[in-house]
Design a protein around this ligand. Structure first.
Ligand SMILES: [Zn+2]
Length: 109
């Protein structure tokens, strides 16, 4: 992480100290079709998951969304209280878009 990437805490907006937390949030989605294929192989192997995994092509049944969000949390926010990851990710997403829009409008001026 570069100096330019440091910012205030994404939860409370306070300054970070020497020790802080970075939480990388990535959404995951269950691939229903892949689950069905794997389940079909298990059924074909008489219900044996172990046999199905040997005989079949084990594929990932969970897909990761390519974009992840890095949250910066001060020591206090990282160590105490509740974290609403969806809310913090949305707030971070909005801030990144706002920054990108500002940079775009600065280029046009
Ligand atoms: Zn904080």
């Amino acid at each position: 992480m570069k100096l330019k990437d440091l910012r205030c805490c994404d939860k409370c907006g306070g300054q970070i100290a020497l020790v802080f937390h970075i939480v990388e949030v990535t959404q995951a989605i269950v691939d229903g079709a892949a689950v069905n294929r794997e389940y079909g192989m298990v059924q074909a192997m008489g219900g044996s998951v172990a046999l199905a995994s040997i005989m079949g092509v084990e594929e990932d049944v969970v897909k990761m969304v390519p974009h992840s969000t890095k949250l910066i949390l001060c020591q206090e926010c990282g160590m105490s209280g509740e974290l609403n990851l969806a809310e913090l990710v949305e707030k971070r997403y909005d801030a990144e878009n706002e920054k990108a829009d500002k940079e775009k409008s600065d280029e046009n001026d």
